[in-house]
Ligand binder design. Structure first.
Ligand code: SF4
Length: 239
């Protein structure tokens, strides 16, 4: 891995085009609407970990209609969560979400906590999900590093086609360097980079002609050198 700790392009020059693109092209997804709240964001993050958006959507809607608050889910046996998980795959996630709902009910009076450390202390929640909920729901400044964001940063900033199989300290450092200073803008940047990776800078057949940072992308400017790291693990979508 040849990740850099500093970008050749000043981070701020990436912010406006990526956020501007997001303002115009972001998908209207229910967990992005204000009414989703922190619980909706958390549910979506559990479901989206290994399942694509189109399969998550119907289950997400049913889940939130049945259990609009963490306490509603916590009051039911874990088996009900697994049953409602349906065909999303990897049903252990349903049990983890149920465990997190119980802990939220017991420790936080039924409200999803807003502090990153408190989120991280919940069962079943790792660094990524804690950062995602704090950023997307509470509009805080956190580096949110999922597969899509890591790929965009690897290409645009580091100049390589794919990030390493597991997230490295260098990637976390780079992600922090790239974060806008202000909270709301950082939250928007997190969602925008994720969407850019999902819709334009995809794993295969990236569409640089539609990319708002094509003129600054280190990998594209270098002539798109071929991947030289270890073989990549496949995308682990369920089913
Ligand atoms: S220019 Fe192409 S490779 Fe670079 S970030 Fe944009 S879509 Fe990805």
């Amino acid at each position: 891995m040849t990740a850099t700790t500093a970008t050749q392009t000043p981070p701020a020059s990436l912010h406006a085009p990526v956020i501007g693109w997001f303002d115009q092209h972001a998908r209207d997804l229910p967990w992005r609407r204000p009414e989703a709240g922190a619980w909706g964001v958390m549910v979506s993050e559990f479901m989206l970990q290994q399942t694509p958006v189109n399969r998550v959507l119907p289950v997400y809607e049913q889940w939130l209609a049945r259990w609009p608050r963490p306490a509603d889910l916590a009051a039911e046996p874990p088996g009900e969560a697994v049953r409602a998980w349906g065909r999303l795959g990897y049903p252990r996630r349903a049990l983890r979400l149920h465990g997190a709902a119980q802990a939220i009910t017991e420790r936080h009076g039924g409200d999803v906590p807003s502090e990153h450390a408190q989120l991280l202390a919940l069962p079943g929640i790792g660094e990524y999900t804690a950062a995602a909920v704090a950023s997307f729901a509470y509009r805080q400044r956190h580096a949110v590093l999922d597969t899509n964001v890591r790929r965009v940063f690897a290409r645009a900033a580091t100049g390589i086609q794919y990030p390493p199989n597991a997230t490295t300290a260098a990637e976390r450092r780079l992600a922090r360097e790239l974060l806008p200073d202000e909270d709301e803008r950082a939250a928007r940047w997190a969602a925008a980079t994720m969407e850019l990776g999902a819709l334009v800078c995809t794993a295969k057949n990236e569409d640089c002609s539609r990319c708002p940072i094509a003129e600054q992308c280190a990998w594209r400017l270098a002539g798109k050198p071929a991947h030289q790291g270890p073989p990549r693990r496949g995308q682990t979508y369920a089913g």
